[in-house]
Structure formats: structure tokens, C-alpha cells
Write a protein that binds this ligand. Structure first.
Ligand SMILES: Nc1ncnc2c1ncn2[C@@H]1O[C@H](COP(=O)(O)OP(=O)(O)OP(=O)(O)O)[C@@H](O)[C@H]1O
Length: 681
């Protein structure tokens, strides 16, 4: 091995314009947006020429070996040891034939290097003549200038390339993150996140390990290629466990002879895969409503296609992990909101079920299901209290609008002057009392169902306005000018014979056709056979639950009485009857007389303490009301075991209002109040 000679650097710069030429090249490069290789191809021949050399170029050290990055002239072997020596000394060095000068990379950190596997670069060229005519001192000066200028230019190009790459990666991360927010299913989301990482980091595989704290496990998702697609590892195993424990990103590489024990090879075995390099970063998120951030897992990319991961990959994966954690957390929040919404909707739907097993009701239930699947307007017909609103709710809760609002309006209760504002809303200042803008029922029902009860009682003006909205599907608030689109399904109901009202010109035929796209008619309760018993037992259980008493049974006489009664008020009347008996009859078996279906005069009073009490009521209404209230309050207190808060709740009053009422009625309160104070004290 020939040892090279270290050459002194003269202070002055050579006079042959090499700096000028190279500076021009650099200027051209920056102007033309040349890539590193384009720049080298354009600059190196000029550099060599100015050195009077025809063979040479830029070489770089990759994993301990010197490779040519850009070469001019014949590819004759160059002296590696001379280049290494120049690098070790940090000075231009030559032997009889070759000249080598390190490129100053002192200002570049490892992170800045375009190719992280490259640890150093040097300019190397063969000397023009071997006769010793080279003025090594002058050559050294030139080489040093050339190397510095090359290093500066390459640094600028590399830094520019790095920024461009970083911007591209960030924009891809942002684009991907926006897409993730649209995904509503977690398996798809995790797969999509992993695919983005694989693409962006140019690696073979990416996995998200979600932390199951309770079980101290990390659950690998997506576990592609794993049977059952479930991959579980202990949360302290391998690099992934290290990242979870320390909260710091880590890189591991087989070729860098990193500690093999850090890798959890059991994961490789489950995936039938060989990990050669990996980068893993923590996934941190702040759950909704929480003050603190928490680690939800680890994001890992495996096997860079070009060898190893660098710190730039680590930054990209960290960016991805940040957005991935937000997307996962927001999907979890959406899922839990969806679940609570579904629970609320099914609670609301089951709060007013359309009960009954009569054939007519079975048929209506079937038709309701069919019509619910469409967006057609529905007209519900039936006498008072037959359950028209219950049926309308059933259609709403079975339709795809079930998550939207159900808004009920009683048209009979609306005077014409208020109708427009009630249904369509008004703008502030539209009329004297309009101090604020008000949203109408049509707008409130957006995305849901508007139930127009007693539509047969709508005034002529009201009918005309309703028809316009149904035709145009837009509303204009009173005093407003903007047409607001309304996405609402209308279910109307009436107990009026609409055809007859049309013949009498009291109902618009065109509105009738608009509303009556599908009609459902509820039969009177008296025609529903044993449904009356089913409904009675349902109401009995409901009221007894509210009162907090055991559910009594209906004896045969009571059943018979229920079946033979005419029920002019239909189900509403039945409900009221059962409510009354639930409160007034204290027996555990209800008999026909307890129902008082023919009114208190036609039957004997209910049995037990209440019957004696009712028989003893005075004749004036005021006195009877007072006596009834006293007895009712006493019973509520008894049934609550003397607990005044519970008694007040049972009576629908606040405790202080109950005391006030008792004092008004002349009932003693001091003992209870004193006991209460003791309890509270
Ligand atoms: N099929 C049913 N199952 C359970 N409860 C019902 C049923 N039908 C009606 N009800 C109950 O009967 C009462 C009256 O029902 P609803 O208000 O729906 O009747 P309606 O026909 O709309 O009355 P109106 O004609 O006075 O507007 C309500 O308390 C309702 O909960």
C-alpha cells in the first residue's frame, strides 16, 4: 500500500478561475432545478478538466466500501486506501498517480444525508502526468477549492431535495388522514393506515399494535396473513414493547448488527416473515373529554425495500401515527355515539309500541313496515284514541329516518294566524311579537318525520299553504325571502271523514291526494277482540311499575267487562280506566266493579279502604276534591313508608311543595318536617 502525501493548503485561491467555473455550475444547477446526479454529470468533467485530468469523479463510502457515484473516463480501479487516508486526515492527499480530497460533510448531520447508507464522499482523479510536473501545492489548493464548492453545491441540492421530499410526504400524510376520517369501520381504517405507511415508507409491511392495558397485551392490526387475523404479543416484548414503555421512537436493523434480542421473532413466526429492519413509533391520542394524552399503541414499519430506515422515515411514521391515533380515536367516538344514538332510538321506539294481536293490527303492522321503507306520505285514519300517533311513530322508527326527529303538530290547536309561523317559522321582526327568529316545525323535522294530527281541521288558508310546501318541498319563513329546502316525510292523521268534507268543499281534494299516497286505517278498540285485555294488562303493568306496587290480576268478571264495553274513547279511554284502577284499587285482584266502566253511579264503589272513603265523600265538589287530595296524599305517604321525598316524587311534586300543599289542606306537617330535618341533618 502506498502512503499518500498530505499536501499543505496555500491560503490564496488558484488563479485559473476554477471557483468561477464551479460557481457558475452551481448557479446553473440552482436555476435549472438539477437533481444531484444531473449536477454531478454536468459539473465533474469541468472540475477534472481544470485539474488537467481525464479520469476521476466523485466516490462515496457505502457500508465501509468506496463506490463511484459519478465517473468520467475509463473505469480503471482507483486507490481505496488513498481515499480513506484523505478522509481520515480530512485533507487532500496524493500518491504518484492519484489525487483524493474529502468532501466536507461536517455541516451535514446523518439526518441530512440524502442516502443514509452513505457515510462519506470524496473527489478522486488521476493525475495528468506521471513525470512529476504537477505542482502538488497548487493542485492541492485547486482540489480543496473544488471539493469545497462541490460539497456546498451538493449540500444545497440535497437540502432542496430533502425539503421537496418532506413536503411531498406531508401532503400525502394529510391527504391520507382526510380519507381516514371518512372511514366508518375499524378493520378498514387500520388496513388503510397500514397501506399508507407501506407506500410512504417504502417498506414491505406496516402494523398497528393497539394496547390492551387490562390484559397487558398489544394487539397487532391488521394481522394480514395470520390465521384468525388476530396477532397478540406481550406489551413488554421486542422493540414494539420498548417503544410503548419509553414513549420514544426506535429504529432496529439486522445489518447494523443491532441487538438481535430486541426483536420479537415470535411475531415473524406467526407471520412467516423475516424482519430485517424496522422503525416503530408510539401512537398517542387525547380521548374526547380527557385532559391528558394517552398512548394507545405502537405503529411499526418493517423491512425498508432499500435496506434500512433513517430518521426521516421515523419522522414520517411519527406524522402518520399522530393522524392515525386521531382517526382511530375519532372512529371510536363516532362508534360509541352511534351506539348510544341507536340505544336512544330503540328506547324511544319501545316506549310507544304498537301493541295488539288482532288480525287487523297485524295487517296494519305489516303495511307500516312496507311503507316505512319508502318515503311516501301516509294518511292515518281512525277515531279518537285509536292510536294514530302510535302508528305514525311506528312508521318513523321503522324507516331510515329513525335517527332523525319525530315532530308532532296538532293542526286543530292552531289558529290560522299562528299556523304559518308554527309550521314554517318566522324571521325576527316579521310581525309585532316576532322578537326573535323562530324555526318552524317543518325545519325542525329535517331528516325525520312530521306528524300532522287532526289535519282535517286545518283552515282553508292552512290547507293551501301546506299544499304548497308539499309540492315545492321548500319553506319560506314568515317575513323571510329565502326558500329553505325541507327533507321531511309527512304523516297526516284525521278522525274526520275526509271524502265527505271534500264533497262539502271543506277540504281540498288536491291536498287530500298529496297526503293520501298511502292510507292506514285503525279500527275502533271495540272491534279488536281480545286486544283490549292485552292492552289493559300492558297499561296495568306500566302504571303499577310507576306507582311501585305489585301488579294485580284481572279476574274473569273484569275481563268480561273489558271485552263487552263499547270503548267510545278507544285506547285512550282504556288507558285512563286502568290508570284510575291502578291508583284506587288496592286489592291484588281487580273485579268488574273496580273498573267503574259505567261510571261511579252505575256500579258500586271500589272495595277496600278506598270504597268506604269514596262513599263517605261530601256532596259539594270543592269539599270532595279537598277530601280526595288529603286521602291521596296520606296514601302516597303510607306507600312510601313515611319517606316524604319519595311521597312527593310519587305525587309529582317537589318536597317543599308537598309540605306547602299539606299546610293548605290543613294536614299536620311538623312531625314529618322535623323527621325530615333530622334525616337531612
Ligand atoms: N296499539 C297501541 N299500543 C299501545 N298503546 C296504544 C296503542 N294505541 C294507542 N295507544 C295509547 O293510547 C293513547 C292514545 O293514542 P294516540 O294518541 O296515538 O291516539 P290518536 O288516535 O292519535 O288520538 P287522537 O285522535 O285523539 O289524536 C296513547 O296513550 C297511546 O300510548
Amino acid at each position: 500500500m502506498t502512503h499518500g502525501q498530505n499536501l499543505p493548503y496555500p491560503d490564496e485561491v488558484g488563479p485559473d478561475g476554477i471557483e468561477v467555473r464551479l460557481s457558475l455550475e452551481i448557479f446553473k444547477t440552482l436555476q435549472s432545478n438539477f437533481s444531484r446526479s444531473e449536477f454531478l454529470v454536468s459539473a465533474i468533467p469541468g472540475v477534472l478538466q481544470s485539474m488537467g485530468s481525464q479520469v476521476g469523479g466523485l466516490v462515496c463510502q457505502r457500508r465501509g466500501k468506496w463506490d463511484r457515484e459519478c465517473w468520467v473516463g475509463e473505469k480503471t480501479p482507483f486507490p481505496d486506501d488513498l481515499v480513506s487516508e484523505a478522509l481520515d486526515n480530512g485533507l487532500p492527499t496524493c500518491n504518484e498517480e492519484w489525487f483524493a480530497a474529502p468532501l466536507d460533510a461536517g455541516h451535514l448531520s446523518d439526518d441530512d444525508l440524502p442516502d443514509p447508507s452513505v457515510s462519506a464522499s470524496a473527489l478522486v482523479f488521476r493525475l495528468a502526468s506521471r513525470d512529476g510536473s504537477v505542482d502538488s501545492s497548487r493542485a492541492s489548493s485547486r482540489v480543496r477549492s473544488a471539493a469545497n464548492l462541490l460539497a456546498g453545491a451538493l449540500d444545497r441540492i440535497d437540502s432542496h431535495d430533502r425539503h421537496v421530499r418532506r413536503i411531498e410526504q406531508l401532503s400525502m400524510v394529510l391527504k391520507a388522514a382526510a380519507q381516514w376520517q371518512q372511514i366508518g369501520e375499524d378493520e378498514t381504517l387500520l388496513e388503510c393506515i397500514a397501506n399508507t405507511a407501506t407506500r410512504l415508507l417504502r417498506c414491505e409491511r406496516a402494523s398497528i399494535f393497539l394496547w390492551d392495558r387490562r390484559r397487558s397485551k398489544l394487539i397487532g392490526r391488521p394481522a394480514l396473513g395470520v390465521e384468525g387475523r388476530s396477532l397478540e404479543v406481550d406489551d413488554d416484548a421486542g422493540v414494539v414493547g420498548e417503544v410503548l414503555r419509553t414513549g420514544e421512537a426506535k429504529i432496529w436493523s439486522f445489518s447494523s448488527r443491532d441487538d438481535e434480542r430486541r426483536v420479537n421473532r415470535s411475531v415473524d413466526e406467526s407471520l412467516d416473515f423475516k424482519t430485517r429492519s424496522l422503525v416503530a413509533v408510539p401512537m398517542v391520542s387525547r380521548p374526547v373529554g380527557e385532559q391528558r394524552e394517552e398512548t394507545i399503541g405502537v405503529f411499526e414499519a418493517i423491512n425498508h425495500v432499500d435496506g434500512e430506515f433513517d430518521s426521516l422515515d421515523m419522522s414520517v411514521l411519527s406524522d402518520l401515527a399522530l393522524h392515525a391515533a386521531v382517526a382511530i380515536e375519532s372512529l371510536r367516538t363516532r362508534q360509541s355515539l352511534r351506539e348510544s344514538r341507536d340505544r336512544l332510538v330503540s328506547d324511544a321506539a319501545s316506549a310507544s309500541p304498537l301493541l295488539g294481536s288482532h288480525r287487523s293490527i297485524e295487517m296494519i303492522r305489516n303495511s307500516a313496515k312496507k311503507v316505512a321503507a319508502t318515503d311516501l306520505n301516509v294518511l292515518v285514519l281512525g277515531s279518537n284514541g285509536t292510536g294514530k300517533e302510535v302508528l305514525a311513530r311506528q312508521v318513523h322508527y321503522e324507516s331510515k329516518r329513525r335517527h332523525g326527529p319525530f315532530i308532532a303538530v296538532n293542526c286543530a290547536a292552531l289558529v290560522e294566524s299562528l299556523l304559518e309561523s308554527e309550521l314554517f317559522g318566522h324571521e325576527q321582526g316579521a310581525f309585532t311579537d316576532a322578537q326573535q327568529t323562530r324555526i318552524g316545525k317543518f325545519e325542525l323535522a329535517k331528516g325525520g318525520t312530521l306528524f300532522l294530527d287532526e289535519v282535517g281541521d286545518l283552515s282553508a288558508g292552512g290547507q293551501a299553504k301546506l299544499l304548497r310546501v308539499l309540492e315545492d318541498k321548500v319553506v319560506v319563513r314568515v317575513g323571510g325571502a329565502t326558500a329553505i329546502p325541507v327533507d321531511v316525510r309527512v304523516i297526516a292523521a284525521t278522525n274526520q271523514p275526509l271524502e265527505q268534507r271534500i264533497a262539502e268543499k271543506r277540504f281540498r281534494e288536491d291536498l287530500f291526494f298529496r297526503l293520501n299516497v298511502v292510507s292506514l286505517t285503525l279500527p275502533p278498540l271495540s272491534q279488536r277482540g281480545s286486544d283490549v285485555i292485552e292492552l289493559a294488562e300492558h297499561f296495568l303493568a306500566q302504571f303499577c311499575y310507576q306507582i311501585g306496587r305489585p301488579v294485580p290480576t284481572l279476574d274473569d268478571t273484569a275481563r268480561q267487562a273489558l271485552l263487552s264495553h263499547a270503548w267510545p274513547g278507544n285506547i285512550r279511554e282504556l288507558r285512563n280506566t286502568i290508570e284510575r284502577v291502578s291508583y284506587l284499587c288496592v286489592e291484588q285482584t281487580i273485579e268488574a266493579d273496580d273498573l267503574m266502566l259505567n261510571g261511579p253511579t252505575g256500579a258500586r264503589a271500589p272495595r277496600g279502604s278506598d270504597s268506604a272513603f269514596l262513599a263517605s265523600l261530601p256532596h259539594t265538589l270543592g269539599e270532595a276534591t279537598r277530601d280526595f287530595q288529603v286521602a291521596h296524599i296520606e296514601r302516597a305517604i303510607d306507600m312510601s313508608g313515611g319517606n316524604m321525598t319519595a311521597a312527593a316524587e310519587r305525587l309529582g311534586l317537589h318536597r317543599s311543595n308537598l309540605y306547602r300543599k299539606m299546610r293548605q289542606l290543613g294536614m299536620p306537617t311538623s312531625a314529618s318536617e322535623a323527621a325530615d330535618e333530622n334525616d337531612l341533618g
